[in-house]
Design a protein around this ligand. Structure first.
Ligand code: CAA
Ligand code: NAD
Length: 281
């Protein structure tokens, strides 16, 4: 039974994960590396809840209770007694490995270490933690409060108890968990990201303007967002990191990141979060 949840990374995913856990009464500790990032995460949660109140989905008391269930910290050690920690930091293998290694030292023996990584094989993080039976993938979709899917990624070393607890937590959150085996990009991003990358090649080669490409996929294929709007929404840095994992780990050039994507990330054009990507915000 999960009562205390640690969430590491208070960006768009971490804030959403903290919100949905707090909304069902879990005690959440949200951790980031700087106070301004933690504050931004709390602002995101507050804004989402205010919107729900204005739409009469929840009332003021629900909002107060949810916010009251979220504490914040800059100290990893404050998470040591959590039942589960859900990691949602930057999509960088070395930084995540270091974090899992630290968590392996800090946490009590029963703490489950879950990663919201978009692409990095869970087995690698499991090994880094030194307690591989406790490590699992818990891959939420963006925006977390809205999207129903959670991929629950079972590494070879993941124990039944770790897997079942994580799967049941996703159900308690009113999500639909799906068991996925441990491959780079899992199911979601192995299929989604090559499509987004191809849309970027279409821009680079002058096949059509971004808006036209998005319109083709929205009206032609009934996608809720066009691929370039979605890439901006995910974050172009995250898109590039995912393509790099797929390219490297499958060693197949069909996953080569589009040069335009690399160029935009180098220029700091990260999509919605930086104010500019394929569109301006
Ligand atoms: N955070 C929280 N809630 C949000 C939100 C956000 N960023 N954006 C929209 N919502 C909520 C709205 O408040 C609204 O809620 P109510 O039903 O309570 O009114 C609901 O979502 C619908 O919003 P809108 O009517 O404003 O807009 P919409 O109908 O266009 O839906 C959307 C917005 C749900 C985001 C829709 O455009 C969509 O499904 N887009 C595709 C999202 C997607 O593909 N996500 C997966 C990305 S890949 C991933 O996550 C994995 C990875 O590792 C990269
Ligand atoms: P983001 O850039 O919005 O937020 C990342 C946060 O992690 C930042 O606040 C940053 O300060 C913090 N952080 C970085 N290093 C840290 C550390 N060592 N300790 C604590 N905090 C640290 O990123 P995001 O979009 O929220 O993505 C987070 C994770 O979720 C990534 O692994 C990403 O691949 C995955 N993910 C993203 C999406 C998406 O659509 N953006 C969807 C599913 C999964």
């Amino acid at each position: 039974m999960v009562s205390n949840v640690g969430v590491i990374g208070a960006g768009q995913m971490g804030a959403g994960i903290a919100q949905v856990c707090a909304a069902i009464g879990k005690k959440v500790i949200l951790c980031d590396i700087k106070q301004e990032f933690v504050d931004k995460g709390i602002q995101t949660i507050t804004r989402n809840l205010e919107r729900s109140v204005s739409k009469e989905r929840i009332d003021e008391t629900d909002m107060k209770n949810t916010l009251g269930n979220v504490n914040t910290t800059l100290e990893l050690s404050d998470l040591s007694n959590c039942d589960i920690i859900i990691e949602a930091i930057v999509e960088n293998m070395d930084i995540k490995k270091k974090l899992f290694s630290d968590l392996g030292h800090i946490c009590n023996d029963n703490t489950i270490l879950a990663s919201n990584t978009s692409s990095i094989p869970i087995g690698i993080l499991a090994k880094a933690s030194g307690r591989s039976e406790k490590v699992v993938g818990m891959h939420f979709m963006n925006p977390v409060p809205v999207m129903k899917l959670v991929e629950v990624i079972r590494a070879k070393s993941t124990s039944d108890l770790t897997f079942d607890t994580t799967f049941n937590l996703a159900k308690d959150l009113s999500k639909v968990p799906v068991l996925v085996n441990d491959f780079p990009g899992f199911v979601s991003n192995r299929i989604l990201l090559p499509m987004l990358n191809e849309a970027m090649f279409c821009v680079m080669e002058g096949v059509a303007e971004p808006k036209a490409i998005d319109t083709v996929m929205k009206l032609g294929m009934s996608h809720p967002m066009g691929p370039l709007t979605l890439a901006d929404f995910i974050g172009l840095d995250t898109c590039l990191a995912i393509m790099e994992v797929l390219h490297r780990d499958f060693n197949d050039d069909k996953y080569r990141p589009c040069p335009l994507l690399k160029e935009m990330v180098e220029q700091g054009k990260l999509g919605k979060k930086s104010g500019e990507g394929f569109y301006k915000y």
